[in-house]
Structures are given as C-alpha cells and as structure tokens.
Design a protein around this ligand. Structure first.
Ligand SMILES: *[C@@H]1O[C@H](CO)[C@@H](O)[C@H](O)[C@H]1NC(C)=O
Ligand SMILES: *[C@@H]1O[C@H](CO)[C@@H](O)[C@H](O)[C@H]1NC(C)=O
Ligand SMILES: *[C@@H]1O[C@H](CO)[C@@H](O)[C@H](O)[C@H]1NC(C)=O
Ligand SMILES: *[C@@H]1O[C@H](CO)[C@@H](O)[C@H](O)[C@H]1NC(C)=O
Length: 678
C-alpha cells in the first residue's frame, strides 16, 4: 500500500492571484490512508478502493474530501479555476441491469442531506431535483448508466454536466477519441474496466470540460462534453468536493481507484495508474465460475446423498421384516430375512414350487447347514398369530420321518419357513419321473418309504402333546434324504389358509384325489381325513399312478375302483406298478389292501394310523375279502354332497394343492373352526 500514502496536501502555495489566495492540491493514489469522509453505503476497502456502493439495490454512497474549499476569489468574487482527474470502475451485477452511475460533485455538504438513491444519484431528491429552492447548489459531472426519461436522459451510458438539477445542461454518450486513429470510439461505462476522467474548469472563461478514456490510454486532446458554468453563483462559498454512486432497482459496484485535485490554477498532478489499488478483478468471472462449481458440487452432493438415501431405503425395504410384540416369545424360532437372503443368494435357486409357495435352496452362513426355504404368500394378518404360534410349536416336533422345521421369518404378506434340506427331493419326482433319468424305485425302497411316512404320520396324530392333522398327505409332500429315508413335509401348512376365512365359507385344503368324501360336507380336516389321503398315497406308491390324474375323465374309475375291481376279481397283483421288477408280493398285496381300507368312504370304517402301522408291521390283520361297502369311491365322493351346487371344485394341475370352497349347512358351521381335533 505504499502507493496510497502519497496524499500530498500542498497548502499556502503562493500564486499569482494574490497573497490571500491559496492553491489547494492533493493526490490520492488509492484511498487507504486518503483524507476522505464516507457516508451512506460507501466504504474504503482493505485494498484501498473507495467503494461507493456494492451490489445492493436502492443505496447510495458518498466519498468526500473532508474540508470545504472555495471556488471564488475572495476579493473579486470571480470563479477560481480547478483541475481534477480520477479513475473509476463500474461493475454491474448483471450486464444489462445495473445501477445509476457515479457523479463527481461540488456540494454544500459532504453528506448531502436529503439526498435519495436511484435516479437522484445520491445528490438530489424528489422535491429538489431541479435545484429549485436550494440555497446552496450542487454542480455535478455524471457518468450516468441509467436512462431516465423524466430528466431527458439521452441514453443509459452518457456523460453529463448537471447544475442544480438532474436535467443535464449538456450531455453526450460516453466515448473517447482514440489518439492513434483520431476517431471517436464509444465507451461502455459499465464494462467493469477502469476509466479515467479529467475535469478542467477555467475560471476566466467559466468553461467546464470533461474528458473520459479507458484507463491507461493517453489523455484525449479535446473534451467529450463541456459547458459554461458561473461557479461564483452556482456553488456555495464553502463547497465540498467528492463522489456519489447510486443504485436503484438494479445495482452495480461503484469504485473510485484514485483521485488527484487542484484548485487555484494549474493542472492536477497526474495519477500513477500503476500505483492504484487493483479492482476485485476476478469479481466478474471468478464468482460465476465459483457459482458454477458450487452448483455442480451441490448437485453432485445432492445426487450422492439421495443415491445413498435411496440405497439405504431400498436396502431397508429389501430386508424389512414384520415383527410384532406377540412374536417375542417365538424369538428363538425367528430367522432374520437378511440372513435368509444371504443364505439363498438372494432367493435364486428354486428347487420347487407348490401350492403354498416357492421353495429355494440355501446354506445358512452360521452353521453351514443346507436348508430349504419356503416362501408362502399370505395376505391376511388375522390368522398369522395363531399360525406362528403353531409354527413355533411345530418346530419342537422332532421325528426322523418329519422334515425338521428350523424357523420362520415374517414379512409383509409373506411367511418364510426354513426346513432341513432333503437332497433327493420329493417322492413324486421319483414315482412319476418324466425325464427317465431317475431309476425306477424298487419295491424294497417303496415299502420302506410307505412305512416311514406311516411312522411320521402316526407321530403327528398320536406321538405328541397335541394332535396335528397333516391335511395334505401326498407323494409330493414326502421328501427323501440322501439315504432315501422318507420324511413328511408341509404338515399343518394348510391350516394357514383356514384362519381368517369368512365364517360362511369353509376352505377345504387338500389335493383332489386325496380328499376324503366327508370333507366336502363338513370342511373339517381330521386324523381320519389324513388316513383317507394316506390310503390314496399307498395306492399311488404301489401302482405308480396318481389317484386321479387330470386327464382322467371324472366318470372313469379312479385308482380305488381300479384296485378294488382287481381285488374282487382275485387278481389284485395286476394293479402293481408294471415298471417294478421282482417284488415281495405278499407285502405289495398288504399295501394295496391297506390302501383300499384307508380309502373307505365311511370315516368310521377307516383304520387309525396306529392300526395302519401295526398292519404294516404284520401285527394287525387285513381282511381277506373286500369289505361290502367299500368302493365306487370317486362317484361317492362327488355324490356325497347333498346338493351338488353347494360344492365347487377347482382342479389345479396335478400335484398342486386344491382349494375347494363349500358352503356348509348351518348345522355344521360351528364345527368348522375345529382344525386340530383330538
Ligand atoms: C453490501 O454491503 C452491505 C454492508 O456492507 C452488506 O450487508 C451487503 O451484504 C453487501 N451486499 C452485497 C451484494 O455484497
Ligand atoms: C484531513 O483533512 C482535514 C481537513 O483539512 C485535516 O484537518 C486533517 O489533518 C487531514 N488529515 C490527514 C491525515 O491528512
Ligand atoms: C430534499 O433535499 C433538501 C436539501 O437539499 C431538503 O431540505 C429536503 O427536505 C429534501 N426533501 C425530501 C423530500 O427529502
Ligand atoms: C457570476 O456570478 C456572480 C455572482 O452572482 C456575478 O456577480 C457575476 O457577474 C457573474 N459573472 C458573469 C460573467 O455572469
């Protein structure tokens, strides 16, 4: 800031005008330590710029030399000459919407009381814009950057001389004569570039001449605008000199970089432009670049944050579970969805799809155990609580012929059950292998499977504290482990669909061909209906045929009738699966007969599972001849219902679970909810 210190105040310089007269001169190459008084919005910036306004609308600012000066000869009253030059810069906020400009002014007060911003340039006001009634007047040279029709402005980029009012006595568009080409070049006042202004006043001729040019260019020879002013009458005896800058509805930053002045004859000292403080040069480009960078950064941050939030939300939603207070007691049976998702690699390996849902293969991370994960869609919340209670209790069911339930997980509309994984899949795949890849099951294998299933079912019926009705015995629900041991799966699952059903409607769950005839009447699953289904299963295994395949005409004899006919004809062995080779004929005969017995249309005539197991072990007795009332099962099955209209059937593709909806007569409706019966 060495440049700024050069404030030279030369007083009492004896001049030709007489001993009473004095020339006053000063040079401010920057305002850091200059002798100026600021008012309004004006400040001297840290770098030594006199900033009259920043980019705030409707403000003005003044920077005046603090001491009053005299512009008339004390003895003769004749106007005194003065000379001044200064460098200004106007940096508009927007290129085509800017403030009102800068004026160099001679005013009766350094603060110009009553002045108004905007078009009044911080020098005049509404009631006093033409100098009327003003005792002490204002003379100004304006660098006007707004066109005000009211004051007959010629344009929004002109230089004018104002005497006691805003209607300039003379004005001309800003321009300079280029010294090289001698042609007039127009000049933008709001370019943001520094401009140098020279004002010369000759006391003798009373000519006031104003010259502008881009800072750094040589001073043009002639003035841009001039006028005759009698300063003796135009300004007060004690007059202050300085600058005013004003903004209206739009704004600019108005800067004065340096100033030199002399009154009393002679030229004002030259300004050394190299010593002036620098404008905030990056102001125009840098903030814009900065804004672009900031906006980009903000957008980037926004994108990243929203992406992260979205990912978080997706992740949360992805692994969201439903858990309610009542489930706390089942905590040990609960397996986290996140864990199952990981175990099944995002539910990729589908190993089965049945009536209740899709089954996936998985490996639990914690134990490394292979599991089958069954997803069961479930809309109703009502039955869920009872069902989960049952699931929890069922996971305590342990029998070598039951597929072990390891736990569960609950999500919105979805129940997920986790079972031991059975390597060899379901029995029906082996019995009815369409691909021909699997070897035909030998009778030894089948006999073992039949006994395994019987043992598992007996355990469900009698081996536990509660009676559990399986409700969906069929080959598809018999799974085989690595050693071809058979295990019952899906026990009790059908119950899920009973809860929450409308009181008037009963959903009979089961598979057509395995449904006991009384089911259509009562809608009630019992151990006896399980025995019926087990009978169909026995025949299925022995004969290698489904109890009722979907291409079967409903009127054609079902498997029961077929086997029964052979028995009556004394050729029961004809019913065996022809693909089986040599087999224990006595055992096969036992199984066929037992299958028929279990398929008795009258539930009271069916054996219990205990009796079935005894007969399979050879300790019970199987009748030698077919019982009288056995037979015509399929017809009876459909004829059993009192009114066929009451009975609607939906036949799904083979091996799928069938839902039969019945409208039970009122006498039965109270028994309906009884599902696990003792
Ligand atoms: C202008 O200056 C005033 C006071 O110095 C400040 O409050 C305001 O924020 C500034 N405005 C701009 C646009 O720089
Ligand atoms: C500023 O000007 C006033 C009035 O002439 C004077 O009294 C004061 O000493 C000056 N200050 C400086 C630092 O020049
Ligand atoms: C206008 O300015 C004059 C002084 O120049 C002052 O006396 C007057 O009150 C001002 N009028 C208004 C409306 O501000
Ligand atoms: C200038 O104004 C003064 C004061 O009003 C007056 O005495 C003088 O005659 C004027 N000069 C001219 C040339 O009009």
């Amino acid at each position: 800031m060495a440049a700024a210190v050069l404030a030279v105040l030369v007083a009492s310089l004896p001049v030709l005008l007489g001993p009473a007269e004095a020339a006053t001169e000063f040079v401010f190459p920057g305002f850091a330590r200059a002798n100026v008084t600021t008012s309004g919005a004006a400040v001297v910036t840290a770098s030594g710029l006199l900033r009259l306004t920043n980019e705030t609308n409707e403000v003005f600012g003044h920077g005046f030399y603090p001491a009053p000066l005299r512009f008339k000869d004390a003895s003769t009253g004749a106007p005194l000459s003065f000379s001044t030059t200064f460098v200004v810069a106007i940096l508009p906020r927007y290129p085509d919407a800017h403030g009102h400009g800068i004026a160099f002014a001679l005013a009766p007060s350094p603060t110009v009381p009553g002045a108004v911003a905007g078009k009044y340039l911080g020098l005049f006001n509404t009631s006093d814009n033409r100098g009327q009634g003003r005792s002490a007047a204002v003379v100004a040279v304006e660098l006007d950057t707004a066109k005000d029709e009211e004051f007959s402005d010629i344009d929004n980029n002109h230089v004018g001389i104002d005497i006691n009012g805003l209607v300039s006595v003379n004005s001309t568009p800003a321009a300079y004569v280029d010294p090289g080409t001698a042609s007039l070049v127009s000049l933008s006042l709001v370019s943001g570039n520094s401009l140098q202004v020279w004002i010369e006043y000759d006391g003798a001729s009373m000519r006031l001449e104003v010259t502008v040019s881009p800072a750094g260019k040589p001073r043009p020879a002639g003035p841009l605008v001039s006028s005759t002013v009698n300063l003796s009458s135009a300004v007060a005896d004690d007059t202050y000199i300085g600058f005013s800058g004003a903004n209206g509805a739009a704004s600019s930053s108005h800067y004065v970089l340096g100033w030199s002045f002399r009154v009393g004859g002679g030229r004002a000292p030259d300004l050394d432009l190299s010593k002036l403080p620098a404008l905030p040069s990056s102001k125009k480009t840098m903030p814009r670049l900065l804004i672009v960078i900031l906006v980009l950064a903000a957008v980037l941050v926004l994108v990243l944050v929203s992406g992260a939030v979205a990912a978080l939300v997706r992740r949360r939603r992805r692994f969201a579970e439903e858990e309610e207070d009542w489930e706390i007691e089942y905590g040990p049976h609960r397996i986290r969805y996140r864990e199952l998702h990981a175990a099944t690699r995002g539910f990729r390996d589908v190993i089965g799809a049945g009536g209740f849902g899709t089954v996936y293969h998985g490996v639990l991370r914690r134990s490394g155990a292979e599991v089958a994960v069954k997803k069961v869609a479930h809309g109703s919340r009502q039955g869920m609580r009872e069902f989960v209670a049952e699931i929890a209790s069922m996971s305590r069911l342990r029998h070598r012929n039951l597929v072990q339930l390891l736990g569960y997980c609950r999500r919105r509309g979805e129940l997920i059950l986790v079972y031991d994984y059975m390597v060899n899949g379901s029995l029906d795949k082996h019995l009815f292998d369409a691909s021909g890849n699997k070897p035909v099951l030998s009778w030894e294998r089948r006999a073992k499977i039949v006994r395994d299933v019987a043992a598992g079912l007996l355990y469900l019926h009698e081996g536990w504290e509660q009676v559990v009705v399986h409700r969906d015995i069929k080959a598809a629900n018999v799974l085989l482990d690595a050693d071809m041991n058979a295990k019952l799966s899906d026990f009790g699952l059908a119950r899920l669909y009973d809860h929450g059903s409308k009181p008037q409607t009963t959903h009979v769950i089961g598979t057509l061909g395995y449904l006991a005839p009384e089911m259509s009447k009562t809608g009630k699953a019992t151990t006896s209906t399980d025995v019926f289904a087990f009978g169909a299963f026995l025949l299925e295994v022995a004969c290698g045929r489904r109890p009722m395949s979907c291409d079967d005409d409903l009127d054609s004899p079902g498997l029961v009738d077929l086997v029964l006919d052979r028995w009556k004809a004394g050729r029961i062995m004809d019913a065996k699966d022809p693909r089986m080779g040599k087999c224990d004929e006595a055992d096969l005969e036992l199984v066929l007969k037992l299958g028929l017995l279990c398929s008795h249309p009258d539930p009271r005539s069916r054996p219990s599972m205990r009796q079935v197991v005894q007969m399979l072990e050879g300790t019970g007795t199987v009748p030698e001849t077919p019982p009288e009332d056995l037979g015509s099962n399929n017809r009876l099955f459909f004829g059993y219902s009192e009114s066929f209209d009451e009975f609607a059937t939906m036949i799904f593709p083979e091996s799928e679970t069938t839902t039969v909806t019945t409208q039970p007569s009122s006498s039965h409706s109270d028994e309906r909810q009884e599902l696990i019966s003792g």
